[in-house]
Design a protein around this ligand. Structure first.
Ligand SMILES: Cc1ncc(COP(=O)(O)O)c(C=O)c1O
Length: 389
């Protein structure tokens, strides 16, 4: 698609970058971002380098691409590249971080039942090693009120773990206030930003976040196999993860089996060889996010989400969203009795959404249009008439 020099691409032109829209209403970025031509070409380039250069690709373009992905993610969150580590999944990043603390003096980890399960499992399994888990339960279906954290975090708390955007509601948590709550009691804050980075502006230094995790496959448009960990420099420097590999060694290519010395910064959490194909895809996805700019992405998305909520309400549906739509990211949930049947019936109509227990999730991103939302809502109502609800 030709670009007019000096002017940002139009949203229609961006939509053409994603071939899926020629035949589907793709409305499911909160599960998986759509595939762009740019990402497909990047993976093709990686295959070509492998074929043409063999192992020499490692020391040339491949290590360079890993560093480029690290730097791009760092720019998006307002960090430095030294504060970013690369992993194949968020779970593996969490395993490294959770292995790094001494829980003896401060055994408590505070998190909530609104978190993504893998985050909870990391620390609930560590109760065998003396971690005292405080799981916040809440009657609020969308978020976790800050007062609950205020009450739970004390001077025995090592870590507070919370989502920036909740995966079952799209509600935005106030992470700067959470950082304040954690720090006043001498605890650290780890933010699960998987559902926010890309669609919401964030400055990790200004918000005083200690750790942040995110993955490539949703709002960062890079497909599965790549995840990122931000670790604040001053905090990371004092930690010694048990779960680290040769990429975490200060002199990785010294192959010294007698002495392990941690690399500076976030690299000390890394494990083994990254999945290079995923790094190529991930970097190309980040490139799109940077080219558009997160602020513009957020503006576009708020417009689309508001339009979707109005459309649903005007047709008698009850989307489950926060009272102020500025507290909502790009996930709009609609309660349904049999969400899986609804998702399957919509898929037959080439409308791609997904479900979580009791809910259908619709997630607009910049490449969607108001008409995508209107079509999805019309289809939901048609299904309702046929008893699929
Ligand atoms: C909010 C959130 N956190 C964590 C994860 C898990 O990430 P991974 O599968 O990379 O471990 C997901 C995956 O969908 C998620 O949505």
């Amino acid at each position: 698609m030709a670009q007019t020099v000096g002017r940002p691409r139009t949203w229609e032109a961006w939509r053409e970058e994603f071939p899926v829209f020629t035949h589907k209403v793709y409305y499911n970025t909160c599960s998986l971002g759509a595939l762009s031509r740019r990402v497909a070409e990047a993976v093709q380039k990686y295959l070509q380098q492998w074929d043409e250069s063999g192992a020499a690709a490692w020391y040339g373009p491949w290590l360079g691409e890993i560093e480029a992905a690290r730097a791009s993610f760092a720019r998006i969150i307002g960090a430095t590249p030294e504060e970013v580590a690369i992993f194949p999944s968020v779970t593996s990043a969490l395993t490294a971080v959770s292995s790094a603390f001494d829980y003896r003096e401060r055994p408590k980890v505070v998190l909530s039942e609104r978190e993504f399960p893998t985050t909870v499992y990391q620390w609930s399994l560590k109760t065998r090693q003396g971690v005292a888990l405080e799981m916040l339960r809440t009657s609020d279906p969308l978020t976790v009120p800050l007062e609950q954290y205020e009450r739970a975090v004390d001077d025995r708390t090592r870590l507070v773990v919370a989502s920036h955007v909740y995966f079952t509601s799209g509600a935005i948590q106030d992470i700067a206030s959470l950082a304040g709550i954690a720090h006043r009691r001498g605890a650290h804050l780890l933010v699960d930003a998987y559902q926010s980075i890309g669609q919401l502006p964030i400055d990790v230094h200004a918000a005083e976040v200690d750790f942040l995790i995110a993955g490539g496959l949703k709002w960062l448009l890079g497909g599965p196999g790549i995840a990122y960990l931000y670790a604040r420099r001053e905090v990371a420097q004092h930690l010694r993860p048990d779960d680290a590999g040769w990429f975490a060694h200060r002199n990785q290519f010294g192959f010294d089996v007698h002495r392990f010395e941690y690399a500076d910064g976030a690299r000390r959490f890394e494990g083994g060889t990254p999945s290079v194909a995923a790094v190529y895809a991930g970097r190309a996805g980040l490139d799109i996010v940077e080219e558009i700019g997160v602020r513009r992405l957020r503006e576009r998305q708020m417009e689309l989400a508001e339009h979707l909520v109005e459309e649903a309400r005007s047709r008698g549906l009850s989307p489950r969203v926060p009272a102020r739509l500025t507290d909502l990211a790009g996930i709009v949930t609609i309660p349904r009795e049999d969400p899986k049947a609804v998702v399957a019936a919509l898929a037959e109509r080439n409308i791609v959404v997904d479900s979580r227990p009791g809910l259908v999730r619709l997630s607009p991103y910049f490449y969607n249009t108001p008409d995508d939302g209107a079509r999805a809502i019309r289809a939901l109502l048609e299904l309702e008439k046929r008893g699929i609800r």
